[in-house]
Write a protein that binds this ligand. Structure first.
Ligand code: ADP
Ligand code: MG
Length: 344
């Protein structure tokens, strides 16, 4: 059992509160994506779990073992960072072996584990090469092999793919997921790329200014973000504020829309907006101005303006083709696609 738990972690630096009472469980064997803008505390949280950062207060447990006083080397953690430093003067195999030697694994046992780890990242035949003889993606795989070879209980990945270009990165995402499934190790993956987090993770957590604002399954959090920051950070959202009128919300200009959960603010995703030239029946209808249509294959984007506020809609091709270039249109959504947001 290698579930990781952090409880009420606070970490303050001279000028910043990097972590502000973070409590979170990373499930055993799961792939957890930790997301947040730059400076939100992602790296500090990973480093706290690894033991490089000592929290002001709070505790960390790995499996059932509290580790706050356990040194880094004894926490059985594998790490890969953005600037994964391989030793340039060591071969690929020696780089992987290094992690084993510092843990006292030597001889045939070490040899076997190095071969296994290189096999796992599909670099079996390249053990004798030097880092400068590898591509960026291959170097990244060596870093993974080095982290995994000692068979850690937890794998911490801090933006490991951000140095790679887009297409290589997508290949490596698939690769990373395969490796994680194969070894079944509890993995905590830090990224500021929301799409990457949604693709890879079983669960995600969102940090903002050192606070955990939301945690859950990716589908769940995307469908019901709960607060404005999360709604906008994870994809795009059209946000509307209104005045409560019983079960309805009165928006600027007097339009009334369905009000979920007694909210005064709602979000509707662009893919749930319908744009039409004839006034639709039912609630949740706004008169808006189409400013721009952007063709993008099977789907198109409509940039609109409603009461001085920009609104975005994504339309399927048939719907998109039937629209004018610009001008007055109707914008609507169904009740089930309006999500309540807290106002903070
Ligand atoms: P992220 O990884 O999400 O970009 P970090 O965890 O690196 O965020 O940083 C969180 C906050 O803590 C930032 O305001 C950062 O400037 C501050 N911080 C991080 N490490 C240190 C440090 N060693 N000394 C002082 N401030 C730090
Ligand atoms: Mg960071």
């Amino acid at each position: 059992m290698s579930e990781v738990r952090v409880n009420n972690i606070v970490k303050t630096y001279k000028t910043a509160r990097a972590l502000d009472d973070v409590t979170l469980t990373f499930p055993d064997g799961g792939f957890f994506g930790l997301l947040g803008p730059s400076g939100s505390g992602k790296t500090t949280l990973l480093r706290t779990i690894a033991g490089f950062v000592e929290p002001d207060t709070g505790s960390v447990t790995i499996g059932d073992r509290p580790v706050v006083n356990v040194p880094v080397e004894a926490r059985e953690i594998g790490m890969v960072f953005q600037n994964y430093a391989l030793f340039p003067n060591m071969t690929v195999a020696d780089n992987v072996d290094f992690g084993l030697r510092v843990r006292g694994v030597t001889g045939n046992d070490a040899k076997r584990r190095v071969a296994e780890a290189l096999e796992l990242v599909q670099l079996g035949p390249l053990g004798k090469r030097y880092p400068h003889e590898l591509s960026g993606g291959q170097r990244q795989r060596v870093a993974m092999a080095r982290a995994i070879a000692p068979r850690p209980r937890v794998l911490l990945l801090d933006e490991p793919l951000s140095a790679l270009d887009k297409s290589l990165r997508v290949d490596m995402q698939i690769e990373l997921k395969r490796i994680q499934r194969e070894v079944g190790i509890t993995t905590i993956f830090v990224t500021h790329d929301q799409e990457e987090a949604l693709t890879l993770s079983d669960r995600i957590g969102i940090l903002k200014g050192g606070r955990l604002v939301r945690e859950g399954r990716p589908q769940e959090v995307y469908a019901d973000p709960g607060d404005t920051f999360t709604a906008r950070f994870l994809g795009e959202a059209n946000v509307f504020d209104g005045k409560p009128e019983g079960s309805l919300l009165e928006l600027l200009g007097g339009a009334r829309v369905t009000r979920p959960e007694k909210a005064t603010r709602i979000a509707v995703r662009p893919e749930h907006m319908t744009v039409s030239t004839v006034e639709p029946e039912g609630p949740n209808v706004l008169r808006a101005e189409l400013r721009q249509r952007i063709f993008a294959g099977a789907m198109g984007t409509c940039v609109l303006e409603w009461q001085g506020q920009p609104v975005k809609a994504i339309a399927r091709q048939e719907e998109f083709d039937g629209l004018p270039e610009k001008g007055a249109v109707w914008l609507s959504w169904s009740d089930r696609h309006a999500r309540a947001l807290t106002v903070d």
